[in-house]
Design a protein around this ligand. Structure first.
Ligand SMILES: [Zn+2]
Length: 424
């Protein structure tokens, strides 16, 4: 049966309860907030959600009661696009970019992703797990309980397997839930620069079958960009991944309009991610194929660009928008979903309600877990956060702040922080 836990005295219980599908249009603004809400958790799952009086009627002597102290309680964030397993950092490039160098110039000089690939190849699986735990803690401290986790800094059979095995270990050893994605086509490694097709064949004929055989990834992703993988090459790789039973995601139209969104629609990918340069034709194609756009404003911000994706146009077109951090050591060194909410509201003119929906239930659907996480409803996993604020809009309003007071994953308290009782 498991232990029971009652959460009472919430200022707002933000449930996101609703239709069992990704939210679009006006539904993005329906958070299903229970102002006098309470919740009962049994073991790893939510047993009941209701008014405080109803839930208090279910409490017995063995039940632990958590008084939320008139704070916001909501689902843990689901971060549907991260690169959380890598060695080394790139603070040096950050300084170069601050001094005027572009991401492309740094990459052309052997820096950028290649420096992370060199460091990650030199690291052991154990090294990667160790440092990965540090980042897992960062995610939890910001209220994230599930991340999609991509490989892609190995770019050889053994190194890609090493990263995916590290992700599996992190999933087992930390309270954070990892949904693994194989991104062997993150870049063409230096040693294959003049033999691109040879590398693509390696991905298709050796890496994909091994990853599938060891069940190391649920999804396959490709960095589709003019100087990385062309749309034709992306098509080859993702078609092969589909034959291995994997779901598909694409890094699309980030640095230029390459046609990645249109390709995502042709292949019926689960998601098309980035989309900074996607035009109306691409947006209509995504709509027709029900592909979810994953928008990553923190990477636009961190690259010092002003070219944010057309979130409003996507919402108006009826797309089930998702927000994610793109956590990685180069273009988006942040694990903070609240920071992403802030950017979504200030730079892409999403409302706080739309941003929260995009960061929870819609993200869960994009990872094929809409029936398990992303909202607080009976039968779902008890992944929830008590934030140290009274109003859900504060999550996007204050920025650069760690809001969580307590974080629960599968019904277990996994993080707690001392907070002030003072109120504005
Ligand atoms: Zn990415």
């Amino acid at each position: 049966m498991g232990e029971t836990l009652a959460i009472i005295n919430c200022s707002q219980l933000v449930t996101l309860a609703g239709a069992k599908r990704p939210r679009t249009g006006g539904d993005l603004r329906q958070l299903a907030i229970n102002e006098d809400g309470a919740m009962l958790v049994r073991g790893e799952y939510i047993e009941a959600v209701g008014r405080r009086r109803e839930i208090e009627g279910l409490i017995n002597a063995n039940c632990e009661v958590v008084d939320a102290g008139q704070r916001v309680v909501m689902p843990g964030f689901v971060d549907a696009h991260t690169h959380p397993v890598f060695a080394g950092i790139r603070a040096n490039e950050f300084e170069e970019r601050a001094s005027g160098a572009t991401y492309r110039e740094i990459a052309a000089g052997g820096g950028g992703i290649r420096s992370t690939v060199r460091a990650t190849r030199n690291a052991s699986q154990n090294d990667l797990v160790k440092v990965g735990k540090r980042y897992a803690d960062w995610f939890l401290r910001n209220g994230t309980t599930t991340v999609e986790a991509k490989s892609g800094y190995g770019l050889s059979l053994e190194d890609e397997l090493k990263i995916l095995r590290a992700i599996r270990e992190l999933n087992e050893q930390t309270p954070l839930r990892y949904v693994p994605t194989f991104l062997g086509a993150h870049d063409v490694p230096a040693e294959y620069k003049s033999r691109r097709q040879t590398y693509i064949n390696l991905v298709i004929n050796e890496m994909l079958p091994r990853v599938a055989e060891e069940k190391l990834a649920e999804y396959c992703d490709v960095f589709c960009e003019e100087e990385v993988f062309t749309t034709d090459e992306t098509w080859q790789i993702l078609s092969a991944a589909r034959c291995q039973g994997m779901g598909l995601r694409i890094h699309a139209d980030q640095l230029s309009l390459t046609g990645g969104a249109k390709l995502a629609a042709e292949l019926s990918c689960a998601t098309a991610d980035h989309l900074e340069h996607t035009d109306s034709t691409g947006i209509m194609a995504l709509k027709a194929a029900k592909v979810q756009p994953v928008l990553l404003p923190a990477s636009v911000y961190a690259l010092g660009s002003a070219k944010y994706p057309a979130a409003r146009e996507m919402i108006d077109a009826g797309l089930a928008v998702v927000l994610a951090t793109d956590f990685n050591p180069g273009s988006s060194p942040t694990p903070s979903m609240p920071m992403v909410l802030s950017l979504a509201c200030t730079q892409m003119k999403m409302t706080p309600t739309e941003a929260i929906t995009a960061a929870t239930i819609n993200a869960a659907y994009s990872l094929n877990r809409g029936d398990q996480i992303g909202s607080l409803e009976k039968g779902k996993r008890a992944d929830f956060v008590i934030h140290d604020c009274e109003d859900y809009r504060e999550l996007a309003y204050w920025f650069g702040v760690e809001h969580p007071w307590r974080v629960y994953a599968s019904g277990k308290l996994v993080l707690t922080r001392s907070v002030s009782e003072a109120r504005p």
